[in-house]
Write a protein that binds this ligand. Sequence first.
Ligand code: SF4
Length: 715
Amino acid sequence: ADTGPAAAQEVRTVCCYCGTGCGVIAEHDGRRITAVRGDPVHPANFGRLCTKGSTLHLAAAPGGRALFPELRNTRTEPRREVDWDTALEAAAERFAAIIAEHGPDAVAFYVSGQLLTEDYHVFNKLARALVGTNNIDSNSRLCMSSAVAGYKGTLGADSVPACYEDIAVAAHLLIAGANPAWAHPIVFRRIEDAKRANPELTITVVDPRRTETAEFADLHLQIAPGSDVLLYNAMLHVLLWEDLVDRDFIREHTSGFDALRAQLAECSPGNVAAACGLPAERIVEAAHRFGRARAALSLWCMGLNQSHHGTASNAALIHLHLATGQIGRPGAGPFSLTGQPNAMGGREVGAMATILPAHRDPADAADRAELARLWGVPALPETPGLAAVQLFDALADGRVKAVWIACTNPAHSLPDQARVRAALEKAEFVVLQEAFAGTETAPFADLLLPAASWGEKSGTVTNSERRVSRVRAAVPAPGEARPDWAIAADFARRLARRLGRPADGFAWADEAAVFAEHAALSAGRDCDLSGLSHALLDAQGPQQWPFPRGAATGTARLFTDGRFPTPDGRARFDPAGFPRRHALLPEPTDARHPFVLLSGRLRDHWHGMSRTGKVAGLWGHTPQAVAGLNPVDITRRGLRAGQLVRVAGRRGEVVLPLAADATVAPGQVWIPMHWGAATLARPGANGLTSPATDPLSKQPALKQAAVSIAPAELP
Ligand code: SF4
């Protein structure tokens, strides 16, 4: 019986939006989350929250949720409500049958940086140790896999060396391909604080758009889209030419510099200025600011990562730090910001096709053998797994027949939506494990499994600065929704029985037991968090890894001794970042498609707006999707702001109102990525984006595509 609201209670947890990882105190009455405020003692935010974080309780309000398992037997019938037993037995039967007939690589798992570390761990063990496939990838592939490849190629491991405190003590910030004022607002508050407190601090922003972050900077390099590799190499050319490099650091702590130097000659500011769309003197100025700074910190995000040469962009930027010794000391280092709340946790877990737990390598036989021993299975699969875009291609051509999608919305977020939707249509069996019923992917699901959401589940996440925090449930999940890890473990036990394998590896008592198994896998690795447990985090609060067994505290800053996790202990100037002739854009513009599409995020919305779309106050900043065009182009094309335009590319088109937007350079059009088929009745920006991927990181080039713009009427 409803006995009315209980007295307000409070739970300490973490915001579920961006990778800043802000601590949140959620007030609840036992049934609903009634209010939130920033956690004053959480080291990521010290009580601050942005517009999204401070409205989490409104986003968590009822409505739009998947409440019961739903199953259909054929594509022509609607899904009907079933109980959990029926749902998971049906899934186990279909997966077991497909594995028996076609082998383990005929199934795949596509998971999410929204998942908690414990959820990630169970899915990863299910795919690799039980099914025997490396076909598990994450939507973090769309977010930061180029940063992973960049770090591994240069530093020897996917270990972010810096921390938020470095912002306060840096003398120079190079913010590249990121707009933290909108995408990581509490990180940006730190930048504002640092600028106020430290007159010495200078800020350079590299971005094709004049964003709010660019407005705040001392120097904005409004580069031609995709020209960043050339820019960073040209800056290094200047540093070398003017002897602003740290020759001692290069000699003592790095390898490969001579090979890079031989190629830098062609990359003078004068040679690349036109391609970068910048005056040569601005490149020289940016190099001086970086090279002369007492401590230089770079911050970057999707602008570098979401590129068909994302690994090169990352490596070229990290090279600036290696050449100047700007790493491993306060205020200095290459600091990639993560997009999603637990993108970093997914990297630790290794729940991506190209990595194994604790940064092990699936291509390394010794790493596979060690992990098989730790997991108590005879062997782990050797066949390389499929990364996100390739996974859906394999679904389209029948190599993969069943896919389990958890906590992500590929029918909105992957590039080239026509291909993705065709793949989901073609699939024999699609399982969607999801908290929200109305996502663009839901209509493709043969089996919909309701998942618990923020405020309803417990575990851990790791933020951009390697800080592991406890996430805690405040209220029960609605309907029959269950925590993601528990759904995956229940399915694994049922599948194990059908495959005739032991199921005891999937019988954890609770989330804490899952975390303990995950943490134990990392002992002795660069991301060692074997000293962490739910109990320790509850007692001592959030901690940064490495945190080996027996440690008293975590580690704020890495590589302080100048040694790197490479075979010779030296960081590398990675040939991936050398100034080779990269095509700047994933596809060329031409007479038919003369504009460069730029896609990106808004300040007050998150991904496909399943949560933020429910909060009326978050619609005030940008009330509708628009195509933003420079006023010069609007005049030149005889268009007018407010009219509907058809933005058409080589793979699709989208109709949107036109907005005059002086932050966009002439020749470019900007469309936010949040709107899709659920809100526009057709795919949004990703109906236009290219499936081209970086050859090393497999990250798709979601940022740019070639498009045309013409007047349109409502379709
Ligand atoms: Fe949440 Fe990110 Fe805002 Fe912090 S900055 S409150 S983590 S959305």
